[in-house]
Structures are given as structure tokens and as C-alpha cells.
Design a protein around this ligand. Structure first.
Ligand code: GN1
Ligand code: MG
Length: 390
């Protein structure tokens, strides 16, 4: 499924949100006339809007005002409202993003990058009664949730691999941990078990089969976390949210333009980025498909992503890292299943939902995928070895 940003919009000009977004743009000193906004329905945590402006130079330059103005080209920007339930300290998120984007821009000055705008008092955010907001440049592009275009997948693998390489010399000490223990699978399990015990909404009975299965694979799912605790795997600066819809692609060439969604750039394991990307991109069905029985690893997609990712990273990875890439996919699928299920049990305060059972549907789909990963683990590990050898 492709999302052209233009393809997923709802366009309104007469509501409260219109006024709120206009105020945000004023705070960020955006020139011109605010025309309209589109909600971009990608992402399960933050809210994203594309805002469209009539460029001021066109208005000023035109003597014969009216009809020329309506033809004047638009300039668009992206606005996001940060979910402060997920990100308790959003200012720290923005501090990280400033440093990371600067570091990447300095190394690739000729490439597309994210530019966060500043307010008059030099802040890269606005915090008001409606929420915590940021604004950055709009990049004409397409994104993918699932695709069988292997060139896109390979390019996504390269983009995430390159992202990690670009941050290879970034000082980890400069980064805040924006969500503590984000990929600590053991703590994610502990949280699920605690909320199952409390069962605040009386939902546990209905999801006992899912709980039982997740607990039955807990030790395997936590292997990566345990190795991290024992310092058997190097800590790197990782993206930590590597869904392929966090890569913007050129609509014509399928080339990756830029990696976005930098909220969770933090110290992590290479397996976190690899595993998360595979569990999303290589699944036969979308993450929230109600047809869980169709979930599973598309090995062609797995190979294409692995080729791209390892092309960029293999030379720097330790043997232990390469050996754990296969199990990291299983770990990340189980970890996310525990998160979706936990959120469901709590009444879905964290992930955006379109209907009440949405998080349960997501849980079932990740569980079905994780089961298929176990069955294919030898094949996945072999392919990783082949790609790592070049
Ligand atoms: C969230 O916001 P989005 O869609 O990029 C979540 C990820 C999950 C993902 C599942 C900060 O990512 O960890 O894997 O949903 N991000 C956060 O779709 O929790
Ligand atoms: Mg995200």
C-alpha cells in the first residue's frame, strides 16, 4: 500500500483546528496566507498535518490581485503535535532532534534533510493549551506501509543502515533517553504482567490465549535484552522506530530521500532497528490486518531489506550482532505484541486507535507473525549470514 501524502488527506478550512494550526504557524513565523491543512494519517502516536500557504512573494508581486493570487504556488510545511502521554519530556525530544539533524546535515549537506523551524525566542517547538507542536519542511515524496517492490525495500534497508552509520561517531552522551527502556523487552513483559494482574477494564479474560502464548515464548523474546544487559552487544546510536513508512521516497525513482520520525533516536542495538524494520516491512499483511492467519515473513522482502541494510552496516558489525539479527526480528514482534496487548488491557491510552478492538487486532497480527518467524528462523539466519558475507 502506498501513501502519497496527498492521498491521505482530509481538507477542512472552517474548524477550530484550522485556527489552532494558523496560530502555530504564526508562532513559527511562517510568511504568507494560510490556505488549508491536510491530516496525514501515518504514525500511531503523534498527530501530523501538512499545512499549505500561498507564498507571499507571489501576492506582493502581483498588481492585478484577485485571479493571479488564486494561481500562486503553494508552499507547504509539516506540523506535528507530539503525544505527551508517550513522550513525557518533549523538550528533550526536540533537543535530541536538533543535534541529530545537525550532525547528519553536516555530513550530507547536499542531501534532503529535515529542518525544524524556530520561534522568535529560538525554540524549535511551541507548547500551548492545545498541546506540544513542532514544524518542519515538507518534502514532496511517497511513503509505503507494505510493498512488494523489492527496490523500495532494498533502498529502505540502505537508508536505515546509512542512518546508523552517519550516527556512528555521534556522542551517545549527548542524547536524552526520550522513552526510558523503550526496547527493554523484559520490562515490556513485566508491565504487561502487572497490568494483567490489575486488569483495570476487566478485559483479561477475553485475551487469555494471547497472554498465554506471549508468556510461553518470553525467554526467547527477551534473549536480545538479556545479552544487552550482559554487555555482549555494542550500544550504538539507533533510530528505534524503523517502520518503512518512516522513510520518504522519491515517487519517480523509488530512491530513499530521508529518514524521518527521529523522536526515539537513542542508544540501542543494531538488532532493534533491523528487527523492527523486518517485522513491519516483511510481513505479508499490514500491521493491523484483521486477517492474522495471513501474517508471515515474505522471504523475498526479508532478503531485499537485509541486503540493503547490511550493505551499509556489515563491515562495522561484530559477529555477535550478525548472529542475533534473526532472533531480533522475533524479539521485536513479541515486544510490540506485548505493548499492543498491554495498551488494549488499559483501554488504549497510548496508541491511536480507529475502533475499540484495534490494539487487540494488532496484537493478534504480531503474534501470528512471530509464530511464523520461529518456523523460519534457520532460513532467516542463513540469509543474514549470506548477505553479511557480501
Ligand atoms: C509507534 O508513531 P509510529 O507509528 O512511528 C511506536 C513504535 C511502534 C509503532 C507500531 C514512540 O510508531 O514503537 O513500533 O507505533 N512509537 C512509539 O506501529 O511508541
Ligand atoms: Mg514514531
Amino acid at each position: 500500500m502506498t501513501n502519497t501524502l496527498e492521498g491521505t488527506r482530509t481538507n477542512r478550512t472552517d474548524d477550530m483546528l484550522f485556527d489552532t494550526l494558523r496560530q502555530i504557524c504564526t508562532s513559527f513565523r511562517i510568511p504568507g496566507k494560510f490556505l488549508s491543512y491536510d491530516e496525514i494519517k501515518v504514525g500511531n502516536v503523534n498527530r501530523t498535518y501538512k499545512v499549505n500557504f500561498q507564498q507571499p512573494c507571489q501576492i506582493d508581486a502581483e498588481n492585478d490581485a484577485s485571479d493571479a493570487r488564486s494561481d500562486a504556488p503553494c508552499k507547504s510545511y509539516m506540523i506535528q503535535r507530539i503525544n505527551t502521554y508517550a513522550f513525557k519530556e518533549p523538550v528533550k525530544v526536540m533537543e535530541n532532534i536538533d543535534k541529530v539533524t545537525e550532525h547528519i546535515r553536516a555530513k550530507r549537506p547536499d542531501k534532503v534533510s529535515l529542518h525544524f523551524h524556530h520561534t522568535a525566542d529560538r525554540k524549535n517547538y511551541v507548547s500551548d493549551e492545545h498541546g506540544f507542536w513542532r514544524l518542519f519542511n515538507y518534502v514532496p515524496s511517497v511513503t509505503y506501509n507494505t510493498t512488494e517492490k523489492l527496490s523500495v525495500i532494498r533502498n529502505a534497508g540502505e537508508a536505515f543502515g546509512e542512518f546508523q552509520m552517519l550516527l556512528g561517531d555521534f556522542d551517545v552522551a549527548l542524547l536524552h533517553e526520550t522513552i526510558p527502556d523503550f526496547h527493554n523487552t523484559r520490562k515490556r513483559y513485566a508491565k504487561l504482567e502487572e497490568d494483567v494482574r490489575n486488569d483495570p477494564q476487566g478485559k483479561v479474560k477475553e485475551v487469555q490465549a494471547e497472554i498465554d502464548w506471549l508468556l510461553s515464548v518470553k525467554e526467547q523474546a527477551c534473549r536480545l535484552t538479556d545479552m544487552q544487559q550482559r554487555n555482549e552487544l555494542p550500544l550504538r546510536v539507533t533510530h528505534n522506530d524503523t517502520k518503512i513508512n518512516n522513510v520518504l521516497f522519491d515517487a519517480e525513482t523509488d530512491k530513499a530521500l530521508v529518514v524521518i520520525d527521529l523522536d526515539t533516536v537513542m542508544p540501542g542495538l543494531v538488532g532493534h532497528d533491523f528487527g523492527d524494520a523486518i517485522r513491519f516491512a516483511a510481513n505479508y499483511v499490514s500491521e493491523d490486518s484483521p486477517e492474522a492467519e495471513k501474517a508471515g515473513v515474505n522471504m523475498e522482502v526479508f532478503r531485499a531489506f537485509t541486503e540493503g541494510f547490511l550493505k551499509q552496516t556489515a563491515a562495522t558489525l561484530t559477529q555477535a550482532e550478525i548472529d542475533t539479527l534473526g532472533i531480533s526480528c522475533f524479539a521485536l514482534a513479541c515486544e510490540l505484541a506485548t505493548r499492543f496487548l498491554d495498551d488494549y488491557i488499559l483501554g488504549s491510552p497510548y496508541f491511536k486507535i480507529d475502533y475499540p478492538e484495534h490494539n487487540l487486532v494488532r496484537t493478534r497480527c504480531q503474534i501470528a507473525l512471530a509464530k511464523d518467524m520461529l518456523a523460519r528462523m534457520d532460513k532467516m539466519e542463513n540469509l543474514v549470514r549470506v548477505c553479511a558475507a557480501g
